[in-house]
Design a protein around this ligand. Structure first.
Ligand code: NAD
Ligand code: GLY
Length: 371
């Protein structure tokens, strides 16, 4: 069996490969050489990832004769703001780059997102490479070209669509990831099964624990299948005019829970997505779209994997359905003042639902808070 899998994101002249497998960081230099020749690379990472994986990546660039620089940012969501973006761009400009240079994001979604914004702005666009090191970043944020920072008005409100030229997802980096972060990333993996691929969901019910527990082949298959699902959707709807919205399954509820807990360590994004997916399936069943049996199947899988399933699993007290609804009304996905949900006709069959009766959503939230 070959060690690496490749998924193509087909976007005409902006098409790129997502390469997935163990030990890829050590091949970064030779893979970049084919893409950018000997043009310089600025590697940007956070302090946690720097301590674990930066030297290997830089050694690989040196061995390939690629000139490179490093910039290390603080770890954590608060890095994704105007202050750090300005510092980052000034630091890159201090190096006097030209448009042949590339920024390489080594890290989780925070690093990928802020580096993507910087790459799109510096000199009106320099090269952009993603080397994601969290499960969430490998299956979601590094693929598809959404880049953003947070502002005082909310999360991910300033950014652009700016596709990377290459994504190198070294699944070995997941071995150093904190167990809770890994599990949260799994919330995004299972989302692909739930939204469009019943067979993948079935595979996860058999192999999900192997993915969590570090089986290298299972991890590669899970990341590859997730990226292939995302690549197919992004190729058809890069700017989320239609079916890319399906990738937001669980996110309308999830973002409301994250906002209510202050986007903090109390509730990680993938955990919020997991609870949100279950709420979306429950709403789908209550509205008559989806069998209640499917809701029970999804819940059982999350319980086996040890993902949170209920609002009461969150350590902070959440008691006000009205506050959650208010957060939903401020979501980027609200259109003409109407809530939009991604609902399901069953496992593997999600759809965009407009004009959902807010009273039904309020009732569901009341029941969910009481459970
Ligand atoms: P993160 O980048 O904050 O990483 C989580 C933690 O893990 C950090 O402390 C980081 O230092 C550490 N870490 C990263 N890789 C590690 C490794 N291999 N070993 C040990 N520690 C490691 O968080 P995340 O969950 O990767 O990403 C969340 C961000 O992604 C959010 O800002 C979210 O908005 C964004 N996001 C973007 C998209 C998109 O399409 N652009 C999609 C989903 C999420
Ligand atoms: N994470 C959702 C998207 O990329 O569209």
């Amino acid at each position: 069996m070959t060690a690496f899998s490749t998924v193509k994101v087909a976007l005409d002249d902006r098409s790129y490969d997502v390469v997935i497998g163990p030990g890829l960081i050590g091949e970064t230099g030779q893979r970049l050489k084919a893409l950018i020749g000997s043009n310089p690379v600025v590697v940007i990472t956070d302090e946690n990832v720097a301590a674990l994986h930066l030297d290997r990546l830089c050694d690989s660039l040196s061995n390939a004769g690629i000139p490179h620089h490093q910039i290390i940012l603080p770890a954590g969501e608060q890095t994704k703001g105007f202050g750090q973006l300005q510092k980052l761009m000034e630091s890159v400009l201090d190096l006097r780059p030209d448009r042949g240079w590339s920024l390489l994001a080594l890290g989780g979604g925070v690093i990928g997102d802020i580096v993507g914004v910087a790459a799109s702005l510096i000199l009106r666009g320099v090269g952009f490479i993603q080397a994601p090191t969290t499960l969430l970043a490998q299956v979601d944020s590094s693929v598809g070209g959404k880049t953003a920072i947070n502002t005082r008005h909310g999360k991910n409100l300033v950014g652009s669509f700016y596709q990377p030229q290459l994504v190198l997802a070294d699944t070995d980096t997941l071995n150093t990831l904190d167990g809770r972060e890994l599990l949260a990333g799994y919330g995004e993996v299972v989302k692909y099964g739930l939204l469009g691929d019943h067979k993948f969901f079935d595979w996860l019910t058999e192999n999900g624990l192997a993915v969590i527990n570090g089986n290298a082949d299972a991890r590669r298959h899970a990341v590859m299948t997730s990226c292939a699902a995302k690549a197919e959707i992004v190729a058809q709807d890069e700017r989320e005019q239609g079916q890319r919205a399906l990738l937001n399954l669980g996110h309308t509820f999830g973002h409301a829970l994250e906002a209510e807990t202050g986007y903090s360590q109390v509730l990680l994004h993938g955990e919020a997505v997991a609870i949100g997916c279950l709420l979306a399936f429950e709403l789908s069943a209550e509205l008559g779209f989806c069998p209640f049996e499917d809701v029970a199947t999804v819940r059982r899988h999350f319980e086996t994997i040890k993902l949170p399933t209920k609002i009461s699993d969150i350590s902070a007290k959440i008691a006000d359905p009205g506050a959650l609804l208010d957060h939903m009304r401020q979501d980027k996905k609200v259109k003409d003042g109407k809530l939009r949900f991604i609902l399901a006709r069953g496992i593997g069959d999600a759809f965009v639902a407009e004009n959902i009766d807010e009273r039904k959503v309020a009732e569901l939230l009341e029941t969910a808070i009481a459970a």
